[in-house]
Design a protein. Structure first.
Length: 537
């Protein structure tokens, strides 16, 4: 089944795009609210989802429908009141919770086609959090077997089939599942399952491992869904790891417990003096007044607000992807909870996997707001590119160290140095000037204005380990150049420390001259004086 998935922007592994369906467009990344197939069981009117909450896509349970209405003719869209695209689950999760159900894999497919599901899921077998490896493997093999039978079982309808990926926390099983299911053309979309228990336990680091594993082995041209996401504070994390859509019932489940969501936290209604939100619910009433209303009204008000919060966070995420600032959003949200930080740290450790899908050049400069930001894929990829640059052509190399420099002033100084070199062609012909940058390492002065070298802003207190690793690799690189003399300009304290510990320059026959001062707004005249002085020698 071909699916038209148009990708308009990407950042980290997050993708802004549109899934075109016969029932309308789905903007991705997409939050997919879980709704009960019986209207009376929902706290909100599902027929207002599109107009009031800008919901593009919902998911509901074919298991409940079949159990409740047996073989009665049901039209899914009339039944739920939602006219846009609807995904139906297969009953797999219910089988995990309530034990085996009597549905057959063939029956489940025929049923979803019969009720007019836009996105159907074959009967997979979820893996419980405490399943042993052997049990999980047997379940994966059975799910794969069922997936392989899907092409021969589906009738020619408009249902897009979603390939379920199982494996639990066993990454090799997830890999096998992803490889096989990705090869089945009948699936227009994929979905990673068996994460609900992990999520209830806040194991976001394991979740990130799971998503990254499947992402590496699935066809990137088809969207990836996550079955059972949770609170909006984790939305940026799962999007950055590569989920194009994910369903969650949290907006309603939290409301039932009188819990009020924000993008980063949850409060009990009783705890709030004021609503920190400007959605239509929160603008019109205070927490105290809401508490005086009938219970049904309280719950639907909270569900409505919670749904607005989820949708607002999706807007934030899509904007961040189009602006190239998903890392900034992710890093700020990761501070909401230690377990989110663990998930973010895991993604950070796998940053090399994010390089390909993160634009090399961005509309805005990049922020290094913490030592975590040093693992940004943009920094990793630019460091890799700088490592491949041609060495200096002259025997004399001047290195301007930006360690502890006032970076805001640096680029003006560089411009002046470049025009000085234009006016003094003899100096330029005999000396190469390179820069030692605390974040990116060594690069030639000529490229100092290329993104992101002049377009990043960093905190002052970068970790000593990082700076020393940059210096160490830079000195090693310098030693490999075919040069006779080296002139070091700038703050040399850390360079001297590294040199003392590792004796890199000292082992060579290089003639080295040092001019130690921290680069700031008054440094231009000193640098020009040194250049003139060198030339005068
Ligand atoms: Zn609100």
């Amino acid at each position: 089944m071909n699916i038209l998935f148009e990708i308009t922007a990407s950042d980290l592994l997050g993708r802004n795009g549109i899934i075109h369906t016969k029932k309308g467009k789905i903007r991705t990344p997409c939050f997919v609210p879980v709704v009960h197939p019986e209207a009376s069981k929902n706290l909100l009117s599902v027929n207002e989802f599109q107009t009031k909450y800008a919901v593009d896509f919902i998911i509901t349970s074919s298991y409940i429908l079949k159990n409740r209405y047996a073989d009665a003719k049901i039209d899914l869209h009339k039944q739920t009141g939602f006219l846009g695209p609807i995904m139906t689950d297969s009953g797999a999760y219910q089988s995990l919770v309530y034990g085996e159900i009597e549905f057959t894999p063939e029956g489940v497919i025929a049923y979803q086609e019969g009720i007019g599901s836009d996105f159907g899921v074959p009967l997979d077998i979820p893996i419980a959090i405490d399943d042993s490896y052997d049990v999980a493997k047997a379940k994966v093999e059975e799910t794969i077997l069922r997936c392989k039978k899907v092409p021969a079982t589906i009738a020619k309808t408009d249902t897009i089939w979603v390939g379920p990926i199982q494996g639990g926390r066993y990454l090799d099983l997830l890999e096998e599942s992803s490889r096989v299911v990705s090869d089945i053309d009948s699936f227009g979309m994929f979905a990673l399952g068996s994460v609900v228990e992990l999520m209830s336990d806040y194991q976001y680091d394991t979740l990130v491992d799971m998503i990254l594993t499947v992402k590496q082995h699935l066809d990137p041209g088809r969207p990836l869904h996550l079955f059972g996401a949770g609170h909006p504070s984790m939305f940026p994390l799962i999007v950055a790891a590569g989920c194009d859509s994910f369903d969650s019932a949290a907006y309603a489940l939290y409301a039932h417990e009188k819990r009020y969501m924000t993008t980063t936290q949850t409060f009990l209604l009783e705890e709030l003096d004021d609503f920190p939100c400007s959605c239509p619910v929160c603008l019109r009433i205070t927490p105290k007044d809401l508490l005086k209303r009938p219970k049904s009204e309280i719950l639907s008000a909270l569900a409505s607000h919670n749904l607005f919060v989820c949708q607002t966070e999706m807007k934030n995420i899509r904007r961040a992807i189009s602006m190239g600032t998903l890392w900034e959003l992710l890093e700020s949200r990761s501070l909401a909870h230690p377990n989110l930080k663990k998930g973010f740290d895991r993604l950070k450790e796998s940053s090399h996997l994010l390089v390909k899908s993160t634009p090399q050049i961005k509309k805005k400069g990049i922020f290094v707001v913490s030592n975590d930001s040093l693992q940004r894929p943009e920094i990793i990829s630019h460091k890799q590119r700088l490592a491949t640059l041609a060495p200096p052509g002259n025997k004399n190399l001047i290195v301007i160290s930006l360690l502890h420099a006032d970076l805001e002033e640096v680029y003006g100084i560089f411009r002046s140095v470049k025009s000085f070199l234009k006016r003094n062609a003899t100096i330029a012909a005999n000396y190469d000037i390179w820069v030692l940058d605390p974040v990116f390492g060594l690069y030639p002065l000529e490229i100092s204005e290329l993104f992101p070298l002049a377009q990043y802003v960093a905190i002052d207190n970068l970790s000593r380990e990082y700076i020393h690793s940059i210096i160490r690799s830079s000195l090693t690189k310098l030693v490999g150049f075919d040069i006779d003399s080296l002139f070091l300009i700038g703050n040399l304290t850390d360079i001297n420390e590294v040199e003392k510990e590792h004796l890199i320059l000292g082992k060579t026959n290089l003639s080295i001259k040092s001019f130690g001062f921290t680069i700031n707004d008054s440094s231009l005249s000193k640098i020009l004086f040194i250049l003139n002085h060198l030339f005068g020698q």
